[in-house]
Write a new protein. Sequence first.
Length: 145
Amino acid sequence: MKLLPSIITLSLFVSCITNESQISADSKENTTEIITDKEQTAEPFALLELYTSEGCSDCPAAEALLNDIALEAWADRSYIYALSFHVDYWNKLGWKDEFSQSMFSDRQRAYRKVFGNEVVYTPQMIVNGTREFVGSDKDKTYFRH
């Protein structure tokens, strides 16, 4: 009698392993189909990063442009994500930017190395981490209709 529960348990275990292998194989096929479908329907997006400061006289125009782009994207339901990073290196000149953080300046300095720029500057806009330009330059922002 003690052998019967062990045989039933072993039988159930083997059955589960066999079914799990089949389910796993089926899941991989279905997953591939799902991924393929999602790749075909994925919407393009853009990530805009504006490096700015309250102590920068050229930055308000760039901030207004970023705001316009973000509002237009929201209205069009476009996937444009606008971020504003207030750098702290302008704080030394007497105007403390309450929104500035050293990690934002560090992030911009990392981009300086990536793009091979000699200096960091504001306003600087970076698109998808691959392109940079003066943040108030409307002609460089081809997101606008």
